[in-house]
Design a protein around this ligand. Structure first.
Ligand code: NAD
Ligand code: UDP
Length: 316
């Protein structure tokens, strides 16, 4: 057995892929989740592995377990879900970080925080490097998530400075892939589900805003490399620098699904960032030349296949 590892938010989209990969590498995995946006179905295929444990627990409450490493992913990630109960979102980020840092301190574990490109807000610097401090509206509708994650980063570096806790921070850029929640309102899942159902594709605003989409397997590789890198705590950007407008994304999804769906334009939500693209030179330098391998069309094809099967099984 290599390590015993706790993954908070492990039944979510990214968490489920991380748990699977860690188990495949011979680790023992404890997956903790309150199932707010995640689901048992995301990890049910891991249940017959005797080295996998699934725990229903809310990260805002203290939790004690003896592990070597902690990946802290618990937090809703889509704007629809993190705005549903904004106070709970802040508590999850802040109290969750305090609880996991307190645990790491007590048991001397290494703890990695799943931070986000949202710490850069609506960035005035492009592409975003780790030394950019960001442009976040502290009282806007995204602030529960953005400021929660910024506070968590502050807690991580302060526990490191003051209490010598062994921390790692990664800033994740828009990530997609199988097991995204079809109802969570994120753009990739929305467009694919709409295209497969022949419904209108909903572009918010004029569709010229950009995002850089990373396939989940590339992220998991970067996360694990960061956790196991010595003498570098981050923060480090983990994302795919290939940047697309939402209109380009919609057209790619229509083409790959052969859909008859039409594009419709809806109002842009408040504080929606205009552009986002990671500078990944630090990740390349520190994480043994890490870079994404799966580009948009290949990743979309795999994701479309997942949603196609999901929709068909829901209809039967
Ligand atoms: P997700 O919503 O699928 O996963 C989050 C998981 O955390 C879910 O299983 C949910 O039930 C669980 N959770 C939420 N609140 C909890 C609580 N209080 N206690 C215990 N569990 C709780 O989202 P995801 O895309 O898999 O995101 C995982 C992490 O990565 C999040 O921390 C998110 O902020 C971060 N991240 C994701 C992206 C992305 O593009 N997917 C980008 C940047 C950062
Ligand atoms: N978006 C869109 N149509 C949708 C869902 C989202 O045009 O049905 C846009 C959204 O306004 C944003 C971009 O797609 O500009 C990415 O949105 P998402 O919620 O996936 O991620 P985030 O804004 O947090 O990066």
């Amino acid at each position: 057995m290599k390590n015993r590892i706790l993954v908070t938010g492990g039944a979510g989209f990214i968490g489920s892929h991380l748990c699977e990969r860690l188990l495949n590498e011979g680790n023992e995995v404890i997956c903790m989740d309150n199932y707010f946006t995640g689901a048992k179905s995301n990890v049910v295929h891991l249940m017959n592995n005797p080295y996998f444990e699934l725990i229903r627990h809310d990260v805002t409450h203290p939790y004690f377990v003896e592990v070597d490493q902690i990946y802290n992913l618990a937090c809703p990630a889509s704007p629809v879900h993190y705005q549903y109960n904004s106070i709970k979102t802040i508590k999850t980020s802040v109290m969750g970080a305090i609880n996991m840092l307190g645990l790491a301190k007590r048991i001397k574990a290494r703890v990695l925080q799943a931070s986000t490109s949202e710490v850069y807000g609506d960035p005035l610097v492009h592409p975003q490097k780790e030394d950019y401090w960001g442009n976040v509206n502290p009282i806007g509708i995204r602030s529960c998530y953005d400021e929660g994650k910024r506070c968590a980063e502050s807690l991580f570096v302060n526990y490191h400075e003051q209490n010598n806790v062994d921390i790692r921070i990664i800033r994740i850029f828009n990530t997609y892939g199988p097991r995204m929640n079809p109802n969570d309102g994120r753009v990739v899942s929305n467009f694919i589900v709409q295209a497969l159902k022949g419904e209108d594709i909903t572009i918010f605003g004029d569709g010229k805003q950009t995002r850089s989409f990373q396939y989940v397997d590339d992220l998991v590789e970067g996360m694990i490399r960061m956790m196991n890198t010595e003498d570098f705590i981050g923060p480090v950007n983990i994302g795919n620098p290939n940047e697309f407008t939402m209109l380009e994304l919609a057209n790619a999804v229509i083409e790959l699904t052969n859909s008859q769906s039409k594009i419709v334009y809806l109002p842009l939500p408040a504080d929606d960032p205009l552009q986002r693209q990671p500078d990944i030179s630090l990740a390349k330098e520190k994480l043994n030349n890490w870079e994404p391998n799966i580009q948009l069309k290949e990743g979309l094809t795999k994701t479309i296949e997942y949603f196609d099967n999901l929709l068909k099984s829901n209809n039967t």
